[in-house]
Design a protein around this ligand. Sequence first.
Ligand code: SME
Length: 161
Amino acid sequence: MLLSPDDKRNRFEKILQQIERLLDQPGSTEERLQSICRMLREGIPYYHWVGFYRVDPEKDRELVLGPYEGEPTEHTRIPFGKGICGQAAEQGRTFVVPDVSKVDNYLSCSVRVRSEIVVPIVKAGGVVGELDVDSHDLAPFSSEDTEYLEKIARMISQRLF
Ligand code: SME
């Protein structure tokens, strides 16, 4: 389902308010990250899998899966540079892939996934994690998705990482 820019903005603004309320209430980091995944997946109809990866402090340049909503994935650990997630971690920038069948360095979680956006979570100049969204739709992401997911990643970096 594709939404107009205004519809997207309204939905993301509501989610930002929900996240603000969530961060004002008591709760563990894991519970809060899980709730943020749920809010995004329920609030944006083309977000079919939403999850967090963290940079594993015990390993050299490796991501480890954190809280997520959606189907289980076999990619619980991803080295820097591998797949979209590993490239986003290595380069420290957002990756938007409108059609995953058109890229080589991609790790498939499910044959139903057709597009993906990965936003790094940066702290003190370094990547500490990322927010990863998969969609079963082709090319659903626009500048609004990047703008709001980057905003959410900044909130999370300040308050939860
Ligand atoms: N598709 C990702 C792997 C993670 S799953 O989407 C949950 C990638 O290419 O890095």
